[in-house]
Each structure stands twice: as C-alpha cells, then as structure tokens.
Design a binder for this molecule. Structure first.
Ligand code: HEC
Ligand code: HEC
Length: 215
C-alpha cells in the first residue's frame, strides 16, 4: 500500500512539473501580474532581486528564466531543500509552498516579473586565485558556456553575475549531497558529479574567482 502511494505521488509530481514546463514555453508569464506577488520575496532577495548575504538568499535577477522556474518547482516538489542540515534550502522550500504560488500560471507570472528586474552587478566577496580557477573552468564551460552565460539546452544556469558566496555555498551543497540528491533531478545529479573535479574548498574559491573575472 505504502509503495503504491509513493508511486502515485511521484507520478503526480512529475505530471505537475510537466504542466508547468509546457506552460512556461507556450504561455508567456505576465510580469505585471507577477509583480503583485513579488513582495513575498523581498524580505530575503531584496526589492531588486539582488539578494542578501546576511539572509543567505542569492541574487535572483539576471538569471535565465527557465532556471528560476525550474528551481522554484524543485523546491516545491522536494527536489531541493529537504536534506538534513540544509537550513537555507529548507527556508526557501517553505517559501515556495505558499498558497499564492500553487498554480502554474501564478508561478509563470512571478518568474516573468523576476526576469524583468534590473541585473545589478555584484560586489566580490570570495578570495581565490582566478588564474588557477581558469585552468579548472574549461570543463564547466561545456555546460555553463565560455563566459558563464548559461545554456538552457544543457539545463545549466548563468553563473556570471551571481553572488559569489552563493556559488561557493552551492558547490559545497552539491558535493555534500544536499543538492542533486533526487532521482528526478537530472540536472542537479549531473552537476553533483561535476563537483568531483573540485577536491578542496580552495579549488572552489579559485574557480569562483575566475567566474567573477568574467563579469
Ligand atoms: C525567508 C527568506 C526567503 C524568502 C522570503 C524567499 N526566499 Fe528564495 N531563497 C532563500 C534562500 C536562503 C535561498 C538559498 C537556498 C540555498 O542555499 O540552497 C533561496 C533560493 C532561491 C532561488 C534559487 C536561486 C538559484 O540560483 O539557485 C530562487 C529562484 C528563489 N529563492 C526565488 C524566490 C522567490 C521568487 C521568492 C518569493 C516567492 C523567494 N525566493 C522568497 C530565501 C528566501
Ligand atoms: C554536464 C553539465 C555541467 C557541467 C560540466 C558543470 N555544470 Fe554546473 N550545473 C549544471 C546544471 C544542469 C546545473 C543546475 C542544476 C539544477 O537544476 O539544480 C548546474 C548548477 C551549477 C551551480 C549552481 C548555480 C545556482 O545558481 O544555484 C554552480 C555554482 C555550478 N553549476 C558551477 C559549476 C562549475 C564551477 C563547474 C565546473 C567545475 C560546473 N558547474 C560544471 C551543469 C553542469
């Protein structure tokens, strides 16, 4: 019985994910409608989506819309923010489950608004050796692009312009299995495997210092 219930639930999660994806491609979100929901996000991500290191909340402006939508779905569906010790992920997972974010249309509208926010430049916080990071980066470029611009066909987000402390924190989460742990999270699992090439905290700082230099 319990097994059956799990299978049915997994099916529902996949089905709802697909509905949202189809909508995102065929029904462009309405940024004006999304704006009325954005106050739900400002306490952590800021009025312009530039993020807050004190809250552990990343910049969400300047990111590719497909990726923002997908991460919100991941948080909603338990593909992110469920592993013990991932306090920040759990906070965001709770936020993603608010009643106003339930419908695929509402989510598409919110993402349209977030995508319309100004892409403010970040202030670097990470000390690393960008020249060492440069030699690690070609493997990353295969998915994230030579300028870290992201690539939807590879499901890879933009990295340049993102809060550098957040990039390092996420690399650590992938490595620890706090991201990319779910069977249905294909992109996350791919990325988790990639962190094998980054063996030390220092090597993560170096590659992120190089990404900063691409800004
Ligand atoms: C209580 C604070 C808080 C609120 C409110 C909040 N978030 Fe977040 N959000 C976070 C934190 C913390 C993270 C980072 C999670 C992690 O470290 O894995 C995050 C991560 C994200 C990410 C993932 C970004 C990436 O590049 O991986 C997106 C997208 C996002 N939030 C969108 C939103 C939107 C849209 C809203 C409003 C509906 C919102 N958040 C409200 C705290 C918050
Ligand atoms: C095989 C393709 C692939 C390669 C190679 C790859 N990545 Fe990724 N990366 C991804 C995908 C896909 C995601 C999004 C995962 C998700 O949806 O949760 C991602 C996510 C990330 C994130 C999280 C960004 C955010 O906003 O949350 C960081 C940081 C990152 N990659 C850095 C790197 C670095 C550094 C390298 C090189 C060492 C690298 N990636 C190599 C595919 C790749």
């Amino acid at each position: 019985m319990r097994f059956l219930k799990t299978v049915v639930m997994a099916g529902l999660i996949l089905a709802s994910g697909q509905i949202v994806n189809v909508l995102a491609q065929t029904v462009p979100g309405d940024a004006a409608a999304g704006k009325s929901m954005y106050p739900l996000c400002t306490s952590c991500h800021g009025v312009n989506g530039s993020g807050s290191q004190a809250m552990g909340a990343p910049k969400i402006s300047g990111q590719l819309a497909f990726y923002t939508l997908k991460q919100l779905q991941h948080f909603q569906n338990g593909l992110r923010g469920t592993v013990a010790g991932d306090m920040k992920g759990m906070q965001m997972a709770a936020m993603s489950k608010g009643p106003r974010l339930k419908s695929p249309e509402a989510l598409a509208n919110l993402v349209a608004y977030v995508s319309s926010l100004p892409d403010e430049s970040i202030t670097p916080t990470i000390q690393g050796d960008a020249s060492k990071g440069k030699s690690a980066y070609p493997v990353c470029a295969a998915c994230h692009g030579a300028q870290g611009e992201g690539n939807e066909a590879m499901a890879a987000p933009r990295l340049t312009g993102q809060s550098d402390w957040y990039l390092v924190a996420q690399l650590k989460k992938f490595k620890k299995g706090q991201r990319g742990y779910h069977n249905a999270d294909h992109g996350g699992r791919q990325m988790r495997a990639m962190t094998a090439t980054l063996t030390t905290d220092e090597s993560m700082n170096d590659v992120v210092a190089y990404i900063n230099s691409l800004n």
